[in-house]
Design a protein. Sequence first.
Length: 205
Amino acid sequence: MNAKLLVPWLCVAGLAAFVGVLYSSNQKQAAELAKVQADSQSASAMAEELKKPQGQTETDEQAQLRKDQQELLRLREEVHRLRDENKLLKGQAQQAAAAAPQNQHAQQQVQQLQAEVNQLRAQTQQAQQTGLVSACLNNLRQIEAAKQQWAAQNGKPAGSLVGAQDIAPFLPNKALPPCPAGGVYTLNPIGINPICSSPGHQLPR
């Protein structure tokens, strides 16, 4: 008979202890949230003060204050996360089961995006390569035009040898332009197009 009377009291005591722990946890989280909010307001005020024009570059102290503000904002988000943790844990099993097909779909999206990125990267590299070839061919045309001008001005026939210093005055920058791909130019005699050592960098004959 005494044992039957003791069981309800034990249940009440256990429930009271659980409520006390939960209340203490909520009070602690509320105190942490209040502290973070106060620190965040203080940091925001300091950040507004730093935004005022001072006519000089940002000092190390100001930079540190900005970092502190960001850290306070992060801590405030962390407190909110902790307050919601119990609710999230309650439905964790159901969410995990429901998330399985979503995760598979997300993986498919990631793979698709990665394929698109690789395709865009290849297109960009191709465009860059095309731009380099176009720039080099333009240089070769300028060199050939300078050779023709030098030959006409000096009465040089086809087959005459010509050097970079001879045609430099007839070039846009008064100097032989460099190949954008790192190739080496060969001027060749009058009547023969100049060439570049980079593959594909050749004027049509």
